[in-house]
Write a protein that binds this ligand. Structure first.
Ligand SMILES: Nc1ncnc2c1ncn2[C@@H]1O[C@H](COP(=O)(O)OP(=O)(O)OP(=O)(O)O)[C@@H](O)[C@H]1O
Ligand SMILES: [Mg+2]
Length: 350
């Protein structure tokens, strides 16, 4: 049975439809990421679950109970906001202890739990510090400890790692994942960072303009994007404009003079072929001709920008000693039919 249910959740700000009929079910213990461009409605969705914004329509239930009927402080949720407002007149430890005091946890337990929580976020030695004497990343970790210490039934995280440096961020990602696995906390994580979402989530929800575009396990969404928008948003991809046609052998798409078989039955007319940069190879035989516009060394890999008649194409090749084309060289590129996805329509219509 689903644990959290969002049913046609909608939020209007005047005429503006910020969240549009959003339905989603989350299982107990699951970590779900809301992913999408700035302004697509992620924070608004979280705020409605938390109770800081009233929905214009729809329902939210947690463990079968109507969540919207409860006041925010009665919902038992842990929340880390995009702006991680700490109480400025309280030390880090007092900030973390606040939720436990509200719940009348005995002093001795409280001190131990606060200590553990600060330890967990790597701030064991910072309990006595005031927020104004901490960096943005440290304050963010205090906010995380404050939300987790109450062992919430549901943890809502809005860009909780945005102010951390790359190394700390990676450590906290692993830590979050570990907590989620061991404690079994159900989490909804909002992030701009698609790599973070893919690394952490059981499932990702890709949002666009207040609507859900796709809900899937990260690898499924990456390999089988439901739309050109998802393909483009989740990692780098190539969108090549082509023409779909039907012939005796079934459906095909013509891209820059090469015909590729299409497994799905799509209507004749404009079509978009998507293929990930790491799936494109330089070939000797038939393929799409192009010109190497740029070649960039990125440490473990090389990145190529190829100009073709169907549009620019990005190619990523591992740095493993193979001989690779130079800038301004004429090349032919190809990919396996099973590595491409084809959709009807134009790339701009995503
Ligand atoms: N109080 C408000 N009044 C009017 N419009 C609002 C209000 N809050 C949010 N919006 C609008 O609703 C849309 C969704 O906002 P939201 O904060 O949910 O976006 P987001 O996906 O969290 O973006 P970001 O990634 O930038 O944080 C935006 O277009 C925003 O301008
Ligand atoms: Mg936001």
């Amino acid at each position: 049975m689903p644990y959290l249910v969002l049913d046609k959740l909608t939020k209007r700000f005047g005429q503006w439809l910020a969240v549009d009929n959003l339905s989603l079910t989350v299982e107990k213990g699951e970590l779900i990421s809301l992913l999408g461009p700035s302004g697509c409605g992620k924070t608004t969705t979280l705020q409605m679950i938390a109770g800081f914004l009233d929905p214009s329509g729809g329902r939210v239930t947690l463990d079968g109970a109507d969540l919207l009927a409860k006041k925010p402080n009665e919902r038992g949720l842990g929340i880390v906001f995009q702006s991680y407002a700490l109480f400025p007149h309280m030390t880090a430890a007092e900030n973390v202890a606040f939720g436990l005091e509200m719940r009348n946890i005995p002093r001795a337990d409280r001190d131990r739990m606060v200590k553990d929580a600060l330890q967990l976020v790597g701030l064991g030695a910072f309990g006595d510090r005031y927020p104004r004497r901490m960096s943005g990343g440290q304050q963010q970790r205090v906010a995380l400890a404050r939300a987790m210490v109450i062992k919430p039934s549901l943890l809502l995280l809005d860009e909780p790692l945005s102010n951390l440096d790359a190394k700390m961020r990676e450590e906290m990602q692993i830590e979050l994942r570990r907590i989620q696995r061991t404690v079994g906390t159900t989490m909804i994580l909002v992030t701009h960072d698609q790599a973070e979402a893919m690394a952490l989530s059981d499932r990702v929800v890709i949002m666009n303009k207040g609507k859900v575009e796709q809900v899937a396990a990260p690898q499924d969404a990456y390999d089988n994007p439901a739309s050109a928008f998802v393909a483009n948003f989740l990692g780098r991809t190539n969108l090549l404009q082509g023409t779909l046609r039907q012939d005796g052998g079934g459906c095909r798409i013509d891209v820059a003079g090469t015909a590729w078989p299409v497994a799905a039955e799509l209507p004749a007319g404009p079509g978009v072929l998507t293929v990930r940069p790491e799936k494109v190879t330089f070939v000797d035989g038939a393929g799409v001709p192009g010109l190497v516009r740029a070649r960039v060394f990125q440490g473990t890999q090389w990145l190529f920008e190829i100009q073709t008649d169907a549009g620019p194409l990005t190619v990523i090749r591992q740095h493993d000693g193979q001989i690779l084309p130079a800038e301004n060289e004429r090349v032919t590129v190809g990919w396996r039919a099973e590595d491409m996805r084809v959709m009807a329509g134009t790339a701009g219509g995503a």
